[in-house]
Design a protein around this ligand. Structure first.
Ligand code: SF4
Length: 252
């Protein structure tokens, strides 16, 4: 590849959850308009490292390839972002790829984001309706509120906000900004609000809203531009009202 334009890549690799990580470098022939995923696909087609040695294909995860599923999130030049929307022409080389550090590594760039899904389960980030028979139309969602809610619903559980948050780590059970923001979303829904008290009570427990250290890193990294800090501030208000309600028993 002496006179051919190449893409230089350094990948933090790890055989499995328990093995020691190591760095492997690659040089891939350049083509215009490539993204990080297409470079990883080139490695998969021909798994040879920059020293010319045969190696194993790099493992990563992706589904939608349009920044909607969040599964290809990794550290790209030190920043948490989606590999599908990371264009090679806009990245400084060598491009450093590493798995998100907040989640356990499965292999290479693939991590286990279960902690996020557990947090969504914990806060009941859904609207529990009986799907066995037709309930008819639900309550109307005013258009302005629907547009506002749509912005919060764009969360793709990518994990960038957890990666950026200093309070999400191995020693903390903080559920993180994404799940908190979903509490705000579902509490605002005309049907979802029937579980509002339950959600608020959950986030007042250990690992909930009081574990937020107000670093405000989350809002800066969210690729969907979700107003996470506004959600958290709003939930402080909601939980304060809820605690009065719990104390006095009949607050409405
Ligand atoms: Fe990703 Fe934003 Fe959702 Fe956090 S809130 S998981 S950064 S989309």
């Amino acid at each position: 590849m002496a006179d051919q334009k190449v893409i230089r890549l350094s990948v933090k690799r790890q055989q499995d959850a328990d093995s020691k990580p190591y760095i492997e470098e690659f040089e891939i022939p350049y083509r215009p308009n490539m993204n990080v995923i297409s470079v990883l696909m080139e490695i998969r087609k021909n798994p040879v490292n920059a020293k010319g040695e045969k190696t194993t294909p790099v493992v990563w995860e992706n589904v939608c390839l349009e920044e909607v599923c969040g599964s290809c999130t990794m550290l790209i030049n030190g920043k948490p972002r989606q590999a599908c929307s990371a264009l090679i022409d806009q990245l400084e080389q060598p491009i450093h790829l590493a798995p998100l550090s907040t989640f356990p590594v499965v292999r290479d760039l693939q991590v286990d984001r279960q902690r996020m899904f557990d947090a969504l389960k914990r806060v009941k980030a859904w609207i529990p309706i009986d799907g066995t028979f037709n309930l008819g139309p639900g309550p109307r969602f005013p258009e302005k509120k629907r547009q506002w809610a749509y912005e919060l619903s764009k969360c793709m559980t990518c994990g960038c906000c957890l990666e950026a948050c200093p309070n999400v780590n191995d020693r903390s059970d903080f559920i993180g900004p994404a799940a908190l923001s979903q509490v705000r979303l579902f509490n605002a829904h005309p049907t979802g609000e029937m579980n509002k008290e339950e959600r608020l009570t959950t986030i007042m427990e250990a690992g909930g809203i009081n574990s937020c250290g107000n670093s405000q890193n989350c809002v800066q990294v969210c690729p969907k531009g979700i107003s996470l800090t506004t959600s958290i501030a709003d939930l402080y208000r909601q939980t304060t009202l809820q605690s009065f309600k719990n104390f006095f028993g009949s607050y409405k």
